[in-house]
Ligand binder design. Structure first.
Ligand SMILES: N[C@@H](CCC(=O)N[C@@H](CS)C(=O)NCC(=O)O)C(=O)O
Length: 225
């Protein structure tokens, strides 16, 4: 029983430390200009009125000496460092946290709509993962070691993901939630790294992104140059 109490006390302490950092203190975002996952965080922070509480500290995921690897063991961006040193990752966790800071229910819907938004976010994140893996194949392997099969598998994930979004593009508003933020960032990344070839076969998504951009100025403001 005593050890149970000690355990509870520890949990309580940990929650206090965590909640202590929810009072709107300053945060650091480790990211890069081109990261589509980092862009999700920036757009969410703009929309939620939290961007002024965040300093963006560029991170180089390829540099073993970058402090990122000590802050986030996987060495991935984005990572959000709270005032008292707690590090939050990945982008999904950070968006959830920012929504919580802003009072909740702003970009992570409550009730059953939450699961649709989470699933759309997972699909859009998966498109970004598959697109990134194709980019990394070129970045990390010599051309003679590129696997056409691997690239094809990843390209298939991107096309099926886009087809799924295209078929429902009219079914969700351009307005912001975790799913639409992630989708816009995925399409933005395909524009950046794959010369926007997705646009030819996805007219509804093209219109959707156009409407999103008009409604969400931070999408344009965070476009990688
Ligand atoms: N699921 C992660 C994915 C993050 C991710 O893959 N970030 C890329 C940059 S956009 C990265 O850090 N790559 C370096 C690596 O994988 O080592 C998230 O949502 O934050």
């Amino acid at each position: 029983m005593a050890s149970c109490n000690v355990g509870n006390a520890r949990v309580f302490e940990a929650r206090e430390v965590f909640l202590g950092s929810i009072s709107g203190n300053h945060m650091q975002l480790r990211s890069s200009q081109a990261s589509p996952f980092g862009r999700k965080v920036k757009i969410a922070a703009h929309f939620l009125g939290l961007i002024d509480q965040i300093t963006i500290v560029p991170a180089d995921t390829n540099d073993p000496a970058d402090s990122l690897r000590r802050q986030a063991p996987l060495g991935k961006i984005p990572a959000l460092i709270l005032d008292e040193g707690t590090v939050l990752y990945d982008s999904r966790v950070i968006l959830d946290y920012l929504d919580h800071l802003a009072g909740g229910g702003r970009i992570v819907p409550a009730g059953p709509a939450r699961f649709d938004a989470l699933t759309r976010q997972a699909l859009a994140d998966g498109i970004m993962d598959a697109a990134l893996l194709q980019v990394y194949e070129g970045r990390f392997r010599e051309p003679e070691h590129h696997s056409a099969r691997w690239l094809e598998v990843q390209a298939g994930k991107v096309s099926r993901g886009l087809a799924a979004f295209e078929s429902r593009a009219g079914a969700f508003e351009p307005g912001l939630d975790i799913g639409t933020i992630a989708l816009a960032c995925a399409l933005g990344y395909l524009d950046l790294r794959f010369t926007g070839t997705w646009r030819k076969d996805h007219p509804r998504l093209v219109d959707w992104l156009h409407a999103f951009e008009a409604e969400v100025p931070s999408f344009g403001q965070t476009r990688p140059s």
